[in-house]
Design a binder for this molecule. Structure first.
Ligand code: ANZ
Ligand code: ZN
Length: 859
């Protein structure tokens, strides 16, 4: 019996797969297709074990579906544009391209070591001109179709670095590099019209098109799109107010709570409102206030967090219902980009308005009475009331519910000719201009005579200039001595290239389509893309639940509109995996973060491996470069092999939950691998000795055969439902039975070993190939069909029972059909999922309803 040696075995099979081109795929109309995709990585440097978990999950699905007879597409590439490369260029002087492609080489090597069933022939990086040329094509088509346009918009401006900053580069109102207070500036920027699809993007969340998505992600998308019904209405200026020229009609506001109109006590407009600008022309103090607001950052979050501040103008409006005079403020919490950039403040029922009114001593008249409260005695206490109730203190709205009052108020305002009910979305058009070098150039040319002119298709790609100067802040494209100077394609006169590049979210908004089809002369070949799309299973982190997925959904619709695709939705099923977490370590003296591999932990105490000095063990957190709590897959692969890393990552907890990386965990996986190898290598060539096609009368219904078929049925069902950890637990059990079944016939043993090899193949593919070869299986196991369970052998032998804890379904157990109540109870109490819900509680009662369910009462 030879020892299992992953260092030899793994590269051997990886080479065999490559030589046989096992995972290269073409569109094959005769087979059902299956497209599985993990969110492609940003080439930041090295992959860590967290990536491995993500890709191993996709790999299980890919290999399993291939075995089930599908034509599987499982590609990989690189989300390669972005700021880290440019920052590295500024800090170390290395060119972004060199940095990026260098990282890609390292990471590709690491991924290949993991033995992933990937069609590497389709690999691309989004920074390859051969990819982004098509992105430029798409943009020009979108532009022609009215889906792209330019508009003045506010950006964060760093006055010292002379550059536009992304929201995440503004830290506490200051530029991340210069530390200078950030200003808001207006710049002409490119936008994509995602709002054209607001309604459809929303509708698809509910109408079954995304039934394969988790509810929490759909809810996040829904909130982001933020549809609300409201009222746009005008507050005319009161008599005696001196109205600025051009604004005689009053102030138009947007509200979603017109039921509270009688509770209005002020009007507030945005510092960026045109009326503010007009007033500031003759009011120096106001101009100063606006400038102050401008230095506070433009993100919604920054505005939300800032202290509420206002400036009282000389204007007053009248209340349309009761004629009260309402002062007009300029307030820092009113955004210009939402609604009309002006509001009426109702302090009694809105937190921001309440804070504002309290600060400036404004009235706080309540108009919504909580259910059960007495109108005569009820008062607000220290905070606004934002709940439901009955309208009071409100003339013709008195006694109505909030929703009835909203309808009645809208009707009245419409009759008065002061406004109308509208549907409003929180979703804004997507601003895609970035003043950066390391992104896809926007194919447009500015001409003094012709305005903005598209770069003709024949002149694409507009490639980035190779040389660029990163020694000073700002946009290297803009300062490049020659790059931007070109002739106008329309009149031949002097033109200037657009020096903005695209937001890198564009790069990842259609890569899945390009993976599916890669013609040279167009973004995709429609027929081929239609064959593969939608992606059947998309896998990625919850951190991308909003923007990336929304942009991809929009791009798919836009590509459909210009004729490249037929689907609306890019991802039929979405799975968001949990993260890999690990303890953090800090040198107790210097406070420096330490890599786990540089720390020795014994009996709960830690010391440095190099000098033995004490180490502080910190919280268990998501693996990240900054806290150094990362484990590199190579080290693991060196010691235990990629299979052990894959197996442990998938075995330890349900894929949607976080998993803590531990050395003992991977050691456990390594032991199991050796046990499987021992079982298999003891029976070399057994598949050649018997003919599994011919049933063996004697072996029927043996215990081993039943175990084999229930393992097949169970593992199949588990993979289908993303319960990889349960599938693995079942394989353990099966292996135990197999080891004990020395007396079974050769035929039954051959069947069991054949099934075992194929069941482990999606998880630990190298070992599976080695087993298959040793047993005398034909061809590669990655081409072998998935084993089929014989229902006759499963019959009634095992049953699945649901387990409830305090009335809620918490788990499922599989027990022998003839198991008595005591055994069922024990199985229920030791189920991992159930345990989580009874941990630390006292079991009060366990009721087994035979054949149906187990109820546990615990508190
Ligand atoms: C009066 C009112 C009374 C409001 C009340 C709320 C509660 P959603 O629901 O998120 O769409 N608003 C409108 N435009 C704004 C802007 N540009 N900047 C900041 N706030 C703005 O938010 C709609 C509500 O947000 C609107 O309804 C308005 O305040 C405020 F008890 O009007 B409301
Ligand atoms: Zn011109």
């Amino acid at each position: 019996m030879s020892r299992y040696n992953p260092k030899e075995v793994e590269p051997k099979w990886q080479k065999r797969w490559t030589d046989a081109r096992s995972f290269e795929t073409g569109a094959d109309k005769k087979k059902p297709k299956y497209y599985v995709l993990e969110m492609f990585p940003y080439p930041s440097g090295r992959i860590h074990i967290g990536h491995v978990r993500n890709y191993a999950m996709g790999d299980v699905i890919a290999r399993y579906k291939k075995a089930c007879g599908y034509n599987v597409l499982h590609p990989m590439g690189w989300d390669a544009f972005g700021m880290p490369a440019e920052n590295a260029a500024m800090q170390t002087g290395s060119h972004p391209a060199k940095w990026t492609y260098g990282n890609i080489d390292i990471m590709r090597g690491q991924l290949k070591q993991m033995g992933l069933a990937i069609d590497w022939a389709r690999e691309f990086a989004t920074c390859d001109p051969s990819y982004y040329v098509h992105q430029q094509r798409l943009f020009l088509e979108f532009w022609e179709a009215g889906l792209a346009y330019r508009k003045e918009s506010l950006v964060n401006w760093d006055p010292v670095d002379q550059t536009v900053l992304a929201n995440e580069q503004v830290i506490d109102g200051k530029g991340w590099r210069s530390g200078a207070p950030v200003e808001r500036r207006k710049l002409s920027q490119w936008f994509l019209k995602i709002t054209d699809y607001a309604e459809d993007l929303l509708a698809a969340l509910d109408d079954g098109r995304l039934s394969g998505w988790p509810d929490n992600v759909k809810l996040m998308q829904k909130n982001w799109i933020g549809k609300s019904k409201g009222l746009r209405m005008r507050f005319p200026f009161g008599d005696g107010t001196k109205t600025p020229a051009g604004f005689e009609d009053g102030v138009e506001i947007f509200t979603t709570r017109p039921d509270t109109l009688f509770g209005a006590s002020f009007i507030a407009i945005s510092p960026d409102h045109p009326l503010t600008a007009k007033l500031a022309e003759t009011d120096k103090d106001l101009a100063a206030f606006v400038a102050e607001c401008a230095s506070a950052g433009t993100s919604e979050e920054a505005i939300e967090k800032a202290e509420k501040r206002g400036y009282k103008t000389s204007l007053e409006t009248g209340h349309p219902f009761d004629g009260r005079k309402l002062p007009v403020y300029v307030a820092n919490f009113v955004l210009m980009g939402y609604g009309t950039g002006a509001i009426f403040g109702c302090p009694a029922h809105d937190q921001r308005d309440y804070d504002f009114a309290t600060k400036y001593g404004l009235a706080i008249p309540p108009v919504v009475l909580p259910e059960g409260a007495d109108a005569a005695t009820w008062t607000l206490e220290g905070e606004p009331y934002v709940g439901p109730g009955e309208i009071f203190n409100s003339d013709f709205l008195d006694g109505l519910s909030v929703s009835d009052a909203i309808a009645a108020a809208i009707k009245k305002i419409e009759e008065m000719g002061l406004g109308e009910g509208v549907t409003q979305y929180r979703l804004r058009d997507w601003g895609v201009s970035r003043q950066r070098y390391w992104g896809c150039p926007i194919p447009a040319i500015h001409c003094e005579k012709c305005g903005i002119v598209p770069v003709p298709q024949k002149d694409l790609p507009v490639e980035l200039p190779e040389e660029a100067d990163f020694s000073v802040p700002g946009n290297p494209l803009d300062r490049h001595p020659t790059w931007k100077h070109v002739d106008c394609p329309a009149c031949g006169g002097k033109g200037r290239r657009e020096t903005d590049t695209f937001d890198t979210f564009i790069d990842s908004s259609w890569y899945f389509a390009r993976f599916a089809s890669q013609p040279e002369d167009k973004p995709v070949d429609k027929e081929v893309a239609d064959y593969w799309l939608p992606v059947d299973q998309y896998i990625g982190g919850i951190e991308h639940a909003i923007l990336h997925l929304l942009y991809a959904r929009f791009f798919t619709r836009a590509m459909k509109k210009v004729g490249h695709l037929s689907v609306d939705e890019p991802f039929a099923n979405l799975f968001t995996q949990g993260m890999v977490v690990h303890a953090t370590f800090k040198d107790a003296e210097s406070g420096e973060w330490l890599l786990p591999e540089d720390v020795i932990v014994e009996k709960g105490a830690a010391k440095r491996a190099d000098n033995g000095k004490p180490v502080k063990i910190g919280a268990i957190e998501k693996m990240s470069k900054s806290k150094k709590n990362v484990v590199s897959p190579e080290g693991i692969a060196q010691t235990y092999g990629a299979d052990a890393a894959r197996w442990f990552m998938l075995s330890d907890s349900p894929p949607e939950r976080d998993v803590e990386w531990t050395d003992s965990g991977v050691e456990g996986a390594w032991k199991l691998i050796n046990r499987i190898w021992d079982a298999v290598s003891a029976e070399p060539g057994v598949l050649k000795k018997v003919d599994l096609q011919k049933p063996d009368a004697g072996a029927d219904n043996s215990e081993l055969r039943q175990a084999t078929h229930s393992a097949i049925a169970g593992v199949t069902d588990d993979i289908d439902h993303f319960r990889f950890n349960k599938a693995i637990a079942r394989i353990y059990e099966f292996l135990n039975t197999l080891k004990k079944a020395g007396g079974a016939s050769d035929w039954a043993r051959a069947e069991a070993l054949s099934a075992l090899s194929r069941l482990i193949a999606p998880f630990i593919p190298h070992l599976a190939e080695e087993c298959w070869e040793t047993l005398g299986g034909e061809g590669l196991i990655c081409d072998a069909p998935w084993p089929k369970a014989d229902p006759a052998l499963l019959a009634k032998d095992e049953i699945v029972l649901g387990v409830q804890v305090n009335g809620k379904r918490r788990g499922e157990i599989t027990v022998p059909a003839e198991a008595d109540n005591k055994a069922v109870e024990e199985a229920a109490l030791s189920d991992a999922d159930v345990k989580r819900h009874i941990d630390g509680k006292t079991i009060r009662k366990v009721v087994v309803v035979p054949g149906r369910i187990v109820n546990i009462v615990a508190n």
